[in-house]
Design a protein around this ligand. Sequence first.
Ligand SMILES: Cc1cc2nc3c(=O)[nH]c(=O)nc-3n(C[C@H](O)[C@H](O)[C@H](O)COP(=O)(O)O)c2cc1C
Length: 163
Amino acid sequence: MKVLVAYLSRTGNTRKVAEAIAGEIEVDKDVKKFNEIESLDAYNLAFIGFPIERFGPAKEAVQFLAMKAIGKKVALFITHAAPEELPHLATWMEKCRQAAMEAELLGVFNCRGDLARQVRESMLKSEDPQLRAWGEASKPMGSPDEARLERARAFAKEVLEKI
Ligand SMILES: Cc1cc2nc3c(=O)[nH]c(=O)nc-3n(C[C@H](O)[C@H](O)[C@H](O)COP(=O)(O)O)c2cc1C
């Protein structure tokens, strides 16, 4: 059995979660960025991680899932700057599930990941009032913290037990 951990991470949050998940995989594994991956054919399972951007999955993630995940066993891990209890999150997660609708989806994990300082500053200057509001609301909390990484490890175990 071979497992892939594939991720897109601009400021390091999703990468931290990817590393936590990879740490739980005891079989043959690869950990790669999206742009290093040609195909998922060599893998029995792929954990696929990316950030929420503009209230849905990052564009590259939508493309990656549409082009590479068709018919494959996948589990998604997603980071976002919003608190986990934010009601909008359910809609964003649904968009992520939709992006993976052609795959065999074994699970979805999400957790908060701080907005990087430079991203927050650019959001505060955005023309888009929703993004400005986000910048204002997203104070750094040290996420993903150890408790969230531990939840990611538990998620990885649960998914691995399914195959
Ligand atoms: C252009 C852009 C748009 C974003 N939009 C959202 C958003 O709509 N909701 C949210 O909760 N976080 C949003 N974020 C924050 C990221 O999802 C969050 O910081 C994530 O953990 C970043 O992951 P990374 O460090 O792996 O790139 C946005 C970040 C960027 C750069």
